[in-house]
Write a protein that binds this ligand. Structure first.
Ligand code: SF4
Ligand code: SF4
Length: 679
């Protein structure tokens, strides 16, 4: 435990203001927290909460229109707010370093990574050329970059995402800072690489006693990494606590709602996710009183008119909520939401028929790689390499895997958005290759797509009536007043109002736009929806709304889904069966429960073990995979997973394992699944 004298950084009543054409925006409004030596403090919140701006304010790394206008940022008895630019530059990188979400935006593409590390050291220390080179190598070894002797001369674009993040950490460590500020350091990484980077940060912290401010939206990462948590909402701290107490008994409605809105590995399929109505308010329209009151189910009159202070609670905790006021509620202990607040879904088993709605056999998609002005083909990216799958009527099939595994390409091939190189797709017993254009058009009506990004998938110049009405017209389903009536119905089905149909996409929030995307997909009354990362771009509270909606629609309309996602807990919550993909191939298929309790493929095991668990009392027993997914243009021989598999034997390098049915409905592609299943 660290004592008060160990305090390294003390932020007091910090305010950060951005000057804009719409006036001054208070992105951070009086935030206070402290961090001690060797401690990890997580700043948690949804997008627009002010968590990243708070972190950037500490080092005065704000855009030119932003400024810390009041408060104190005390670091080693210096107020970083008031020191000169020269002084803060000396502290940056030397005593406080920063790691960003996307290393590509911070690494200079024209310099080798070795040069970028040595440049950082040179700013703060005088060393000879050889000493600099040796120090850079030492740092690259420390952060586990494979083959550092040759990689030191590589340019950022020659490294993978995980390797670039390791380089960023090496640069951050270059001058042995006492504090690292890590802003969403693993958000852009795949889950197995995230596990490597989190482990690396923990190891480095143990080795050097570095304090870490971790800015994140991921409660699983918080539970695993943090000692203390600061929850921010609309620019203010709403709760502050040690990590265990926070997860055991959150003391603010927003914190508890956040925790209950994310599906966990053990969340029952029947449980409706808790949703927070509405969205994080825009800084232009900050609500009066408690800023959370328009979304809070417990708001009383006082919440609308009077802003609550941060009440001090037992164990050094704080909550900015009138419920925590001892004069109002006595010795209130929470939790705030009760089981009765959480309605349930019926299960969808009665909807699932034995009949296949969609069948995919040996599907392949090879993208040619070309070179020169004659565009000579020099190889192929084997994005999908022999996928065989089926989706039953009324079933939700989850498709998981890390980026580049080919899962989205499978979705596009099934809907006919792109043509396959080889293989067959059948829908309702009809082979797509044997049907004419007219029949293909009918088929398009029956299979629809929900895209990931609700911002770019809707044409900004079209009204919602035109966007949702377009497929109705294309398929001759409705025109004129009938179209308007149908669009109104569809908007209401997805939880919007029919009065919204004359608005444009920019007038809606991210979650509302995703509802519009779903309404458009439903316009043709499809039987199968391909949902490609349909909730990945949304904040967790909004994600819960959309997941509940998708489950609701599936039950009401008897739809089938192919639910493609990198998020295993989301997939487990919504899917009946799950297929796991690696480098263009299916490696395991089984029902969603069995996949999580008895996975047979080493990759499935590693994927599941890498998921951060939002419970600080559980220390996950993790299988840390080495390296990253190899390039699909030059996949490994034999079993494509052998370069990363902790159980690989000689046979794995030579012979490709076929997908075999082990028990009814459970297929796996691994030579040694029996041996692995006991580990
Ligand atoms: S102060 Fe009122 S509105 Fe704000 S979180 Fe507490 S109960 Fe809800
Ligand atoms: S076949 Fe070999 S390399 Fe592939 S997953 Fe099984 S044990 Fe690992």
């Amino acid at each position: 435990m660290t004592g008060k004298n160990d305090t390294l950084l003390q932020v007091e009543e910090m305010k950060t203001v951005f000057k804009t054409r719409k006036g001054n925006l208070e992105a951070v409004d009086g935030i206070s927290f402290s961090i001690s030596k060797g401690e990890t403090v997580a700043i948690v919140g949804e997008s627009g909460s002010g968590k990243s701006v708070s972190a950037l304010s500490i080092l005065r790394l704000l855009d030119s229109n932003g400024e810390v206008t009041s408060g104190k940022i005390l670091f080693n008895n210096l107020n970083l707010k008031d020191i000169s630019n020269e002084e803060i530059r000396k502290i940056r990188g030397n005593e406080i370093a920063m790691i960003f979400q996307d290393p590509m935006t911070c690494l200079d593409p024209v310099y080798t990574i070795g040069d970028q590390i040595t440049e950082t050291i040179k700013i703060h220390e005088t060393l000879s050329k050889n000493e600099l080179q040796e120090r850079a190598l030492e740092l690259l070894r420390l952060v586990g970059l494979p083959d550092p002797e040759s990689r030191i001369n590589a340019y950022p674009h020659q490294l993978s995402g995980g390797q670039r993040q390791r380089v960023m950490i090496a640069i951050a460590l270059a001058c042995r800072p006492s504090l690292i500020i890590a802003d969403e350091p693993t958000t852009a990484l795949d889950v197995t690489v995230q596990a490597q980077i989190l482990q690396l940060l923990k190891d480095l912290q143990t080795q050097f006693g570095t304090a870490i401010i971790l800015v994140t939206h991921d409660l699983g990462v918080v539970a695993e990494m943090a000692d203390k948590v600061v929850v921010v909402y609309a620019g203010q701290v709403v709760e502050q606590s040690n990590v265990k107490d926070l997860f055991n008994k959150p003391q603010h409605p927003y914190t508890e709602a956040l925790m209950k809105s994310i599906p966990k590995i053990d969340t029952s399929k029947e449980r409706k996710l808790l949703t927070i109505k509405g969205n994080v308010p825009s800084l232009i329209e900050i609500p009066a009183g408690c800023r959370f009151h328009p979304r809070c189910p417990f708001a009383i009159d006082k919440c609308i008119s009077e802003e609550p202070p941060l009440f001090e609670l037992a164990n050094g905790r704080e909550s900015k909520c009138w419920i925590a006021d001892p004069n109002l509620t006595g010795n209130w202990e929470g939790p705030i939401f009760t089981e009765e607040n959480e309605p349930v879904f019926e299960l969808n088993q009665h909807l699932i028929s034995k009949k296949n709605l969609m069948e995919v056999t040996d599907l392949k998609k090879y993208f040619p790689m070309t070179k020169g002005i004659l565009s000579r083909t020099i190889g192929h990216v084997k994005a999908v390499d022999g996928v065989t799958l089926n989706i039953h009527k009324g079933e939700v099939l989850g498709l998981v895997g890390e980026s580049g595994c080919g899962k989205s390409t499978v979705g596009r091939l099934i809907t006919g958005l792109i043509d396959s190189t080889n293989g067959e797709v059948s829908f309702d017993g009809k082979q797509l290759s044997n049907i004419n254009r007219k029949e293909k058009k009918v088929l398009r009506k029956r299979v629809q797509f929900v895209f990931q990004d609700p911002y770019s998938s809707l044409n900004p110049r079209m009204t919602i009536l035109d966007i949702i009405g377009e497929p109705l017209e294309v398929h001759n389903l409705a025109k004129g007043s009938l179209k308007r009536q149908r669009v109104g119905e569809l908007l209401e089905i997805v939880g919007l109002s029919k009065n919204d149909m004359h608005k444009f996409p920019h007038q809606f929030s991210g979650g509302q736009r995703q509802r519009i995307g779903i309404a458009r997909a439903l316009a043709t009354e499809p039987e199968l929806l391909i949902c490609d990362e349909a909730v990945s771009a949304l904040d967790v509270s909004v994600q819960a709304q959309i997941l509940n909606l998708l489950k609701d629609l599936q039950l009401k309309l008897g739809l089938s889904y192919l639910f493609i996602s990198h998020d295993l807990t989301v997939v487990k919550y919504i899917s009946d069966r799950i297929a796991v993909m690696y480098l263009g191939e299916i490696v395991e298929v089984t029902d969603s429960q069995t996949l999580f309790t008895e996975p047979l493929h080493p990759y499935s095991k590693a994927l599941i073990s890498a998921v951060p668990i939002p419970n600080p009392n559980i220390q996950p027993d993790r299988i840390i995979l080495s390296g990253e997914v190899p390039s699909p243009s030059n996949p490994p021989s034999g079993c494509k997973f052998h370069t990363r598999c902790p159980f690989a034997m000689d046979l794995c390098k030579k012979e490709k394992p076929e997908l075999m049915e082990i028990t009814e409905g459970h297929t796996v592609a691994c030579h040694f699944y029996k041996e692995v299943s006991h580990i």
